[in-house]
Design a binder for this molecule. Structure first.
Ligand code: C2O
Ligand code: CU
Length: 432
């Protein structure tokens, strides 16, 4: 095969194959090695990956808001495993972080996860053990929490965005956490795609499109053709007023929900230095009368009301290529400290409202994720803006977030560019 054809930095490749994944309520999520056609079929060879229940992404888990989800992780890998339920405000013991909230699940063993999602919306699950490698190999999948009264749409479409760093044979390169990638923007794939369900659309139909950035390090600016509508939720949480969009930008782990009417051929592309890079499309044929009802806000989740601020913390991102040396032991650091330490970055009393200044003192972008909570991104005037679980901070910039720590336990706070996390940009907070 011609290697140049699928290099992201080279010629644009039309992705014609669409992998679909089954919806349902599996009781067991089996982590296992498998092979899957990742590249379009015209390229020889399946890619060796790690997946759940025979596929990458893993099965789309669906649960009603307020209903209990019971999932047994069965680890059929030859290495440890643990599953994190990204964005879910759940009991700390179910958060899936080895050595912080649970024991690592050994090969052949299982672990029972049980929790009741409070919030409707678009979430996902992924490995939280050597995640820069296990997620890159495919251990992730969508987790959808359905509203009691879902919005009126014809199709509910989940798009899992990923990129893959492949060799000319279509196999993942084994250079996980190499110094160069870790110190720069991370492990950038040379092939990117959106996993989409196998559905056909008609012009005039209304769809809900759930974008999930499941890549390890890549930020996806997504060009969406054939839809006209609005962003209705970020990181699972409904916007009080649906918002116009041109090109949603998703940091790793972020989600964007869009409700839109089909107005032409549906295709998605990633905006890229060399122009749009197609990542997925769905067939559109036929036509129905479009809805006259405008797109309205999703039912609100029960978000905490900030009290008066009891602490103001600063979290300074440091390190990486082209930055001065810091005092941490690894490539990246927060406040001169790399990697997980026996003591938390902060101890916070249950119910406190804390402001954290996220200060990016590096030459690279970072997407900072807090476990177990959502937080308000503060606007320049100090007012509470979007309610998110992952915040993208540009080099040299900073952003204040305000969080009501209403969930007791030990919660990780880390860069969700998982190569940066592997390179030391991680810490934890204890809520007591
Ligand atoms: Cu989605 Cu600690 O991660
Ligand atoms: Cu980072």
């Amino acid at each position: 095969m011609n290697r140049r054809e699928f290099l992201l930095t080279g010629a644009v490749l039309l992705t014609t194959s669409r992998a679909s994944f089954a919806a349902g309520h599996p009781r067991v999520l089996t982590a296992e090695a498998l092979t899957q056609q990742v590249l379009p079929t015209k390229y020889a060879g399946h890619t060796s990956v790690l997946g759940f229940n025979g596929s990458v992404p893993g099965p789309e888990l669906r649960v009603r808001q307020g209903e209990q989800l019971d999932v047994r992780l069965q680890n059929n890998l030859e290495e440890g495993a643990a599953v994190h339920w990204h964005g879910i405000r759940l009991n700390n013991s179910m958060d899936g972080v080895p050595n912080l909230t649970q024991k690592l699940v050994s090969p052949g063993d299982s672990f029972d996860y049980r929790f009741t999602p409070k919030d409707a919306g678009t979430y996902w699950y992924h490995s939280h053990y050597t995640s820069h490698e296990q997620v890159a190999r495919g251990l992730m999948g969508p987790l959808i929490v359905e509203e009691d009264t879902p919005p009126d749409v014809d199709h509910d479409i989940t798009a899992v965005l990923t990129d893959w760093k492949l060799d000319p044979e279509g196999q993942l390169t084994e250079d996980f956490a190499n110094m160069h990638d870790v110190a720069h923007a991370g492990r950038m794939g040379n092939f990117a795609k959106a996993f989409l369900p196998d559905v056909a659309l008609q012009e005039g139909e209304r769809v809900r499109l759930r974008l999930i950035n499941a890549s390890v390090d890549r930020i996806f600016p997504v060009i969406i053709e054939g839809l006209s509508g609005k962003v209705v939720a970020l990181d699972g949480m409904p916007l009080s007023t649906p918002r116009d969009y041109k090109m949603p930008v998703l940091a790793p782990a972020q989600r964007v929900d869009i409700i839109a009417d089909v107005i032409g051929p549906f295709a998605m592309a990633m905006d890229n230095r060399n122009g749009p890079y197609p990542i997925g499309d769905l067939p559109v044929s036929g036509r129905v009368e479009p809805r006259s009802a405008s797109i309205t806000a999703l039912p609100a989740n029960n978000r905490p009301t900030p009290g008066s601020e009891t602490q103001h913390l600063s979290l300074k991102m440091m390190g990486g290529a082209m930055s001065p040396r810091h005092e941490g032991d690894n490539i990246w650091a927060f406040n001169n400290v790399s990697d997980m330490q026996p003591d938390p970055f902060a101890r916070i009393k249950l119910g406190e409202t804390v402001r954290i200044s996220l200060i990016n003192d590096t030459r690279w972008q970072h997407g900072i994720h807090l476990h177990g909570h959502h937080f308000f991104e503060l606007d320049a005037d100090g007012s509470a803006g979007d309610f998110r679980d992952t915040s993208l901070i540009n080099p040299g910039e900073s952003r204040d977030i305000l969080c009501v720590f209403d969930n007791p336990g030990k919660w990780m706070l880390h860069c969700h560019m998982l190569s940066h996390q592997a390179g030391g940009m991680k810490t934890w907070i204890e809520v007591v």
